[in-house]
Design a protein around this ligand. Structure first.
Ligand code: C5P
Length: 232
C-alpha cells in the first residue's frame, strides 16, 4: 500500500481537483486541511473524495468533549480515512471523539492526535504554562492519546523513533516534513526522505510541495513511490 498522502494546500477548487485527478494511482491518499475545508466545506470535499483516494482530513479539532464528538459525527457522512484532533484537548475529549467515530463501524475514520506543533519550541511552551521539554511533552500527549482510544499521531520526522518506542508497533504515525533527496526543502528544516521516514517507523507520509509544485506532479509522485519500492 502506498503510504503517501499528498497535501493539497490550496483553496482553489479547480486546481485541487485537477491535481487529485493527476495523482490517481500514484499516491495512497490526499490530505485536505483547514485552508481547503474552511473555504469549501463538505460541498467542496465531496467531489474530491468521490475520485476514490482515501482522504486525510486535517481538521485539528479542539473543544469540549461534547462539541468535538458532535464535530466528528458531522464529519462521518464524508467518510474520511483520518481526522486530526489536538491531544491537548485532554483525555475526556479524545475518548468522546473515539466513541463518536466508532459509531461508523468498520468504516470508521481513524483519529490522529496532534501533540506539540513543530512551530513551537520550549520557550513557547513555557509561555503557555507548559514548563517542559518539547520532546517530553510530545511523548506525554501521545501516550495520553493512546490511552484515550486514539489511533495514532501526526509527528515530525525527528519524533518518529521516540514515539514508536513509547507507543509500540500498532499506532499510526503520519509524518509531514518529508523531502525526497531531489526536492527543495522549502520552509521545512529537519526533514527525512520518504525511505528514511518509513525505515524509522512511520506508517504514512504527508508530502505536499515536492509533488504539487513539481512541473509534473504525477511523475514526482511516481518517483517517490518507486523510491519506496512500490511498483504499479
Ligand atoms: O509542502 P510540504 O510537504 O511541506 O507540506 C507538508 C504538509 O504537512 C502541509 O500541509 C503542512 O501544513 C503539514 N504539516 C507540516 N508540519 C507539521 C504539521 C503539518 O508540514 N508539523
Amino acid at each position: 500500500m502506498n503510504p503517501v498522502f499528498c497535501a493539497i494546500d490550496t483553496p482553489d477548487l479547480e486546481r485541487a481537483s485537477a491535481l487529485v485527478d493527476s495523482l490517481q494511482g500514484k499516491v495512497g491518499g490526499i490530505k485536505l486541511g483547514l485552508e481547503f475545508f474552511l473555504a469549501h466545506g463538505a460541498a467542496g470535499y465531496r467531489p474530491i473524495a468521490a475520485k476514490g483516494l482515501p482522504i486525510f482530513l486535517d481538521a485539528k479539532l479542539h473543544d469540549i468533549p461534547n462539541t468535538v464528538a458532535g464535530a466528528i459525527s458531522s464529519l462521518l457522512p464524508l467518510r474520511p480515512a483520518f481526522i486530526t484532533l489536538y491531544a491537548s484537548g485532554g483525555a475526556a475529549m479524545m475518548r468522546a471523539a473515539a466513541e463518536a467515530a466508532a459509531k461508523a463501524g468498520a468504516d470508521r475514520p481513524k483519529l490522529l492526535a496532534v501533540t506539540v506543533l513543530t512551530s513551537l519550541d520550549s520557550g513557547d511552551l513555557e509561555a503557555t504554562g507548559q514548563d517542559t521539554d518539547t520532546k517530553r511533552q510530545v511523548v506525554r500527549l501521545a501516550k495520553l492519546a493512546k490511552e484515550s482510544g486514539i489511533d495514532g499521531c501526526v509527528c515530525s520526522p525527528e519524533e518518529i523513533s521516540v514515539l514508536r518506542d513509547a507507543l509500540g508497533k500498532d499506532l499510526v504515525l503520519m509524518v509531514p516534513g518529508i523531502r525526497p533527496a531531489w526536492a527543495a526543502s522549502n520552509d521545512q528544516k529537519r526533514t527525512l526522505t520518504p525511505r528514511q521516514a518509513m525505515d524509522a517507523g512511520a506508517t504514512h507520509l504527508v508530502i505536499g510541495r515536492p509533488i504539487t509544485k513539481a512541473q509534473n506532479p504525477a511523475e514526482a509522485a511516481g518517483r517517490i513511490a518507486e523510491e519506496l519500492g512500490l511498483h504499479e
